[in-house]
Design a protein around this ligand. Structure first.
Ligand SMILES: CC(C)(COP(=O)(O)OP(=O)(O)OC[C@H]1O[C@@H](n2cnc3c(N)ncnc32)[C@H](O)[C@@H]1OP(=O)(O)O)[C@@H](O)C(=O)NCCC(=O)NCCS
Length: 149
């Protein structure tokens, strides 16, 4: 497993392809490039376009995970955990003392990954997500202190 920490100079096309393989509302390369151009935003990429990436931002002593995606064929090999740990380390190096993220309550895979890293619920946005059957799901805000244990 090979992980690189990337700034705005990285290949945003790879990150966009990884994002599109995991999310219906795919982020364009331009959108990702725009995020990476913002102060404090960085990406970590594991195993190139066959692996996964995380996009995060550290500012004002706090960090936020903007997105995390692992290629379906590469899941359950520890890449998601590795990316979270790499981003938490990078954010802590940048002065962040806590990390926040948002996850859909129906996303059991991501919730299990975050729980294993020590994240705990701090807030909820009721009915924030709509599913394809017209149902509504909560967005859960999770947080953990940095550095990760
Ligand atoms: C969530 C996601 C990033 C996990 O990536 P991954 O590389 O498979 O994660 P890991 O291999 O590091 O898994 C770590 C642990 O998380 C839990 N986990 C991961 N996937 C799971 C699943 N499908 N079901 C239940 N638990 C799961 C397990 O505890 C796992 O440990 P184990 O494999 O030893 O049992 C990946 O499933 C993904 O890209 N999903 C689509 C995008 C998404 O939902 N992103 C997060 C948005 S908040």
């Amino acid at each position: 497993m090979k992980t690189a920490v990337l700034t705005h100079s990285c290949d945003v096309d790879i990150l966009a392809r990884l994002h599109a393989a995991s999310f219906a509302d795919a982020w364009s390369a331009e959108w990702i490039g725009g995020l990476l151009a913002q102060a404090g935003t960085f990406a970590c990429l594991t195993d190139g376009e066959d692996g996964g990436f995380i996009l995060a931002r550290a500012a004002g002593g706090e960090a936020e995970v903007l997105t995390l995606a692992v290629m379906p064929a590469a899941r359950r090999r520890g890449i998601g955990t590795n990316l979270m740990r790499a981003a938490a380390h990078q954010a802590h190096q940048m002065g962040a003392e806590a990390m926040f993220l948002e996850v859909g309550e129906a996303n059991e895979a991501a919730k299990a990954l975050y729980a294993r890293l020590g994240f705990a619920e701090v807030a909820r946005r009721r009915g924030y997500y709509s599913d394809k059957n017209g149902g509504k799901g909560d967005a859960i805000i999770l947080s953990v202190k940095l550095p990760l244990i």
